[in-house]
Design a binder for this molecule. Sequence first.
Ligand SMILES: Cc1cc2nc3c(=O)[nH]c(=O)nc-3n(C[C@H](O)[C@H](O)[C@H](O)COP(=O)(O)OP(=O)(O)OC[C@H]3O[C@@H](n4cnc5c(N)ncnc54)[C@H](O)[C@@H]3O)c2cc1C
Length: 340
Amino acid sequence: MNEIINQPEFVKNDVDLQLLNTMACPSVAQFFCTILNVEQLKLAFEWAKQNNLNTHILGEGSNLLLANKIAGLVINIKITGLVINQSNQEHCIITIGAGENWHNSVIKLSEKNLNGLENLSFIPGSVGASPVQNIGAYGVEVGDLIQSVEYFDPQTNTVTQIKNTNCDFSYRDSIFKSGELQQVVILTVTFKLSNKFDPVNTYAGLPKEVSTSKNWIEYIGKIRWSKLPNPIDVPNAGSFFKNPIVTKHEFKQIKQQHNNIVSFDLGDNVKIPAAWLIDQLGFKGQINSDGIGCYKNQALVLVNTKKQSRDKILDKAIEIQKSVKQHFNIKLEIEPQLLG
Ligand SMILES: Cc1cc2nc3c(=O)[nH]c(=O)nc-3n(C[C@H](O)[C@H](O)[C@H](O)COP(=O)(O)OP(=O)(O)OC[C@H]3O[C@@H](n4cnc5c(N)ncnc54)[C@H](O)[C@@H]3O)c2cc1C
């Protein structure tokens, strides 16, 4: 290995990341830094480039599977701030720093009577990661409320703003996750929120009437935590598999074999709940001797009760994928991203 030169004081060596990922995978970063502003971010990338080091962006680690050892520099984004830019009678434009906690931001906005994000309350993670996989829950996706995203591009050393329409938001995906902006660092996210509380209640099981956004958020919390384990008690990364989307033609063939299959019509395509597929195969509540398996109340969530390595989690995931493929001829895709 080449000698490391000019290491800034804010870059630390051999940092333990087990407490910085909700799956609690044991993981050590060769180099690690916490970033509070864009100037520091530029310095971190400059230094990594000078020393030929790979870089990895970490938010709150709630949608990641970390390797045991991560070579290079892990950059933890902690840029803060919440600014109200413009408001009129109907709407408000608000810019939030990427390092702010997502749920706390939703609560702060709701207290200011800025509405629209309530159904996404209690989703773990940072504001900066929210556009990456276009977080969604209970009939709302964050891409519905984002106006623009400001990012730093380490290749060009520039800061740019991209409008919502160019972010390619789709189900658990965006230009930042699988498109041409995978290498950029999100600095701030700008939302267009409503001054009127008008909850989205189309998702089955949500009440038709609730008087305040505070009550609505409490209700969302209740239904969320009745199904999902809190990572503080049971390590997990939320939904481990994406819900597969197949063409109408493919669905017809699957239905011929499995008449009772659950599905949601998306127009040209059909969405099949991955939890239902996994449940049919008896994985729900089955935890192996490594403490890894599908959570008892929600088959889609893989839990890592004994804080095992990513490799062991992936072994279990592959077993589930193979079983679903064999039985239903459907490919399950893993939702969390691999880091390192
Ligand atoms: C219990 C539980 C429930 C969950 N429920 C939901 C849910 O209902 N809906 C949903 O969509 N997700 C859900 N998730 C997944 C997760 O909370 C979200 O994906 C969240 O947005 C991840 O935020 P994070 O800061 O932890 O990102 P991380 O896990 O740290 O990173 C995720 C990805 O984003 C990248 N990234 C992070 N910050 C930045 C940045 N500033 N710039 C560029 N890239 C960045 C990382 O490199 C990585 O590729 C759940 C997770 C858990 C543990």
